[in-house]
Design a protein around this ligand. Sequence first.
Ligand code: PEP
Ligand code: MN
Length: 342
Amino acid sequence: MLVVMQSHASEAQIRSVCEKIESLGLKAHPIPGAGRTAIGITGNKDAVDLGVLESMPGVVECIPVTKPYKLVSLDVKSEATIVRIPTPSGDVLVGGPHLAMTAGPCAVETEEQCLAIAEQLQPTGVRLFRGGAYKPRTSPYSFQGLGLPGLKILDQVRRHCGYGIVTEAIDNESLDLVEEWADVIQIGARNMQNFSLLKRAGRAKKPVLLKRGMAATLDEFLMAAEYVMSEGNYNVMLCERGVRTFSDFSRNTLDLAVVPAVKKRSHLPILVDPSHGTGKRHKVLPLSRAAVAVGADGLLIEVHHQPEKALSDGMQSILPSEFAELSNEIRQIAAVLRRSVN
Ligand code: PEP
Ligand code: MN
């Protein structure tokens, strides 16, 4: 259910509609748009009685949303969501005309490693630094990440270089810590349908980067974002990172067609991760170009200064110098599309 407010509806009118919705035991999600505010209603098991809301001052109409996803959909908000990520060097914007790049190692290994990569990346102008302190690995014997000490290393990088920090939470416990120490909470492909984790992320006060599950359909992907938003966190960025197919020449099949498909259904920004999407360093640059050309709102790229020594995903990690070239090209492609990279 969606309540569409008049373009000149007052704050007080919007508030009383929300209060009315809450008094019916439902959850109200006021979503301001350029022209008008819409109020999404979730928590209803049966059809809600429209009459009572439709007669309230400031309300234009109530429309049932028949799609399974509601808050993520263009019905609720027709203009692109721009996620604002506060960082020590100012806000980074993602979505609308703004494209954001995120670069860094797969895993936080040591302070020296992170600082070396972070410093070498600085001249490229990238403003978001990625690195996993909690690593969901296929094998229990592989490096699992440094945990809290890893988050503290990322915090050092943050203070030293001014980056916003993007890092993964793998369970509710690590999410508490990631929310405290980082700027963006990443939910990885393997957890895309960990519903209790999604709900916890929905109660977090920081933006969420939600990666597509490796066998997730578009509806499942959007429903996962809906879980986060249904708890009140509307700062969600999607991320395509490749899905599993019969194709045997790359780690995953990067599904770039999902970008325009998302744009047709949702106002949320979508980033592309060509590193996990291909698993091979030489494919990262061409697929990055393609991702931006197809309308991605940003890129997530694994970069390591000594990829041959990386504790995870060295094969798909590019050098800082290669990222500099990539960043250069992406800025030129973005300019053709009248978008800016921050
Ligand atoms: C990552 O970005 O570090 C990662 C583990 O990716 P994914 O969840 O997409 O496999
Ligand atoms: Mn990785």
